[in-house]
Design a protein around this ligand. Structure first.
Ligand code: ZN
Length: 632
């Protein structure tokens, strides 16, 4: 699961990608069976032709945007003159922006349908060029806006209703004003941008291009090449020998570059620290959270409440140790192994849609009918085809449908991905129908709440209808794993992230040894007495790219807890809970993320949502233990 927000020079087209884990060897073997796009019935493909009907029409739309961009520049130096001029400019920007996003969405959908077709890739390159032009034509806007006195702007908004719409956007801009430096200083920081990007870029090259992995023997006795992308596939093998060999092969390869990797991660952390010290923030954590105006209490509540509940994670490991018969304790390579080998649930696409809609029924007809209409309007590109982009995502913009890319194979996880992406797309759709363009997007902090709530509802629906104890046990195991992976594990990563940033703030050295020791200590604290720590685990942090994202992963954990809360309220039939949640989905970015979640009755500034989520995890553990007794 990965979430990427594509900011195209101030534009806000959203692409929320979920990385689906496909082993490369399996992908190659299946490549033969994958159909060409032309062999897929139209109803299973998305409909970019509703954005523009043809390439000629796309060219015309592109040219119009290109012609209109200079009109924005004509307002330079005039925004502070009077409210009418300012409003005129904002309206023009909010008229050109969505048209730009529209051509961008069309090109990116077409390019992802078949990545082998060069002409669509070329369109994307041209859009990048247009993005640069747009950026240049609007670079002056924020400094010029913030040079208007807030009192003046406030007076203008009070006398002009149309301008008052922008209050939240202005507030968000002005609240960060204290950290904006002089134009010359900002210019110097911008100049250093490319240099500062080197650690992250180098890490990507190291992990994606340069590392060579050994081969191992799989369960059937075949020699298979290891790859980082197939890491979790190997970790989910029920053959412990395969898991161990794969873990040692992959993490061992990373360990071979531990000093290089430590230097790179140190570079990224120093980068964050540079920003903190140059702009006058209190801490790296504070600076990172300030971007979305997230109070530090939200982060601290998460970490402390998860720590208060580590006994549950320890209990889960004890269950796993006993069930999987791991006499020497749960090793790092055992953490992902399924609890049972029971038959997996399988669905045709029609069954998956039907099950999802039934699972989402507690959200009410307004929601499910809109989702059904979306599916019928061909939001979704369902099946894998030759050359199609892998994984899954929800993408679109203010003037387009909220498209969904899937690579549906028929497992439970594919149905869950469908529900997840539908959560994003419904969030987009409801927001865009209820908000002006300026608030027609949403932050990552809120985005994963909309998607995960659907996952939670679907899981409850499916679980409550399973009768075969083995199948039920398998599914429960999957949900426990999902919770461990998003709530405990991401919080653990956050603690490591916080630790190394604090070390840098105190001018302590960040080396392979100091970071390895910090990581090992946190791992042992989290997994508890039934976990056996191997020295190799001290190098595991090297394979996590998220540590370069600057306090990103904690949001996976907060979103999951918020979604678990919303799901529980909705399923319990709490009066008004559905409407409260829908008002959150309709609110886009019209308020700060924490206030938006309060609309859905979730207050992330208190430990309550995390505590409640922990209770759900505990209940699932109880159920699992009962079932294990039954199937003995
Ligand atoms: Zn997502």
């Amino acid at each position: 699961m990965r979430l990427a927000r594509i900011h195209t020079y101030g534009l806000t087209a959203l692409l929320i990608a979920t990385l689906v884990m496909v082993p490369t060897n399996m992908a190659n073997a299946e490549e033969q069976k994958v159909p060409e796009r032309g062999e897929i019935e139209t109803q299973y493909t998305w409909a970019p032709e509703t954005i523009v009907p043809s390439l000629d029409a796309w060219e015309a739309a592109f040219a119009e945007v290109e012609q209109d961009i200079p009109k924005l520049e004509a307002f330079k130096g005039k925004l502070g003159e009077n409210p009418e001029t300012l409003l005129k400019f904002l309206k023009l920007r909010d008229e050109i922006g969505p048209r730009f996003e529209k051509v961008w969405v069309y090109a990116s959908l077409r390019a992802d349908e078949d990545t082998r077709i060069g002409k669509y890739q070329a369109l994307k390159n041209r859009l990048q060029g247009l993005g640069v032009k747009y950026g240049q034509a609007t670079a002056w806007v924020e400094p010029e806006l913030t040079s208007i006195a807030w009192e003046t702007l406030d007076r203008w908004m009070k006398s002009n209703q149309e301008l008052a719409v922008y209050r939240q956007a202005f507030h968000d801009l002005f609240r960060q004003k204290d950290y904006i430096l002089s134009p010359r200083e900002e210019e110097l920081i911008a100049l250093a941008g490319q240099v500062r990007a080197v650690p992250h870029n180098t890490y990507n090259l190291l992990s994606n291009a340069d590392l060579q992995y050994p081969t191992i023997t799989d369960t059937e006795g075949n020699e298979v090449e290891l790859s980082d992308s197939a890491f979790y596939i190997f970790m989910r093998s029920s053959d412990r020998r395969v898991r161990k060999d794969a873990y040692e092969g992959i993490v061992g390869t990373y360990k071979g570059f531990r000093n290089t990797a430590a230097s790179l991660l140190n570079g990224a952390v120093q980068n964050h620290l540079f920003n903190v010290r140059a702009r006058g923030y209190d801490s790296c954590l504070g600076a990172a959270l300030d971007g979305s105006n997230i109070p530090i209490a939200v982060y601290n509540n998460l970490v402390s409440t998860v720590n208060d509940n580590l006994h549950l994670l320890h209990r889960y490991q004890a269950i796993r140790r006993k069930t999987l018969g791991l006499d020497d304790g749960v090793h790092a390579y055992d953490l992902f192994a399924p609890l049972t080998d029971a038959a997996k649930l399988e669905y045709t696409y029609e069954e998956a849609v039907d099950t999802m809609i039934k699972g989402l029924a507690p959200l009410g007809e307004e929601y499910t009918e809109a989702a059904k209409t979306g599916i019928e309007s061909r939001w979704i590109d369902v099946y894998p085809t030759k050359g199609k982009r892998s994984g899954a995502y929800s993408s679109g913009s203010y003037l387009t449908q909220p498209y969904i890319l899937l690579n549906f194979h028929g497992g439970y996880e594919d149905m869950s991905t469908l529900a997840h992406e539908m959560g994003h797309s419904m969030h987009s759709s409801l927001t865009r129908h209820n908000q002006p363009y300026v608030y027609g997007d949403y932050t990552t902090f809120c985005a994963e709440v909309a998607s995960t709530t659907n996952e939670v509802l679907l899981q409850e629906y499916v679980l409550s209808r399973l009768t075969d104890p083995q199948q039920k046990l398998y599914q429960l195991g999957e949900f426990l794993e999902n919770f461990r992976g998003t709530v405990f594990r991401q919080t653990m990563f956050s603690e490591f992230e916080q630790k190394i940033h604090e070390m840098a703030e105190q001018d302590l050295p960040l080396t392979a040894d100091t970071m390895g020791a910090a990581y090992g200590e946190i791992m042992q604290k989290y997994y508890g007495p039934d976990y056996t720590h191997d020295e190799l685990v001290d190098s595991y942090w090297i394979r996590i790219p998220h540590f370069y994202y600057n306090f990103y992963v904690y949001k996976y954990a907060t979103s999951h807890c918020a979604a678990a809360n919303i799901g529980a309220r909705v399923l319990a039939g709490e009066p008004g809970a559905v409407d409260a949640y829908l008002s959150f989905l309709k609110a886009g970015s019209s308020a700060y993320p924490i206030d938006l979640l309060k609309l859905a009755r979730v207050d992330m500034t208190t430990p309550q949502p995390i505590q409640d989520a922990m209770k759900l995890f505990e209940q699932m553990l109880d159920q699992t233990e009962e079932l294990l007794e039954q199937v003995k």
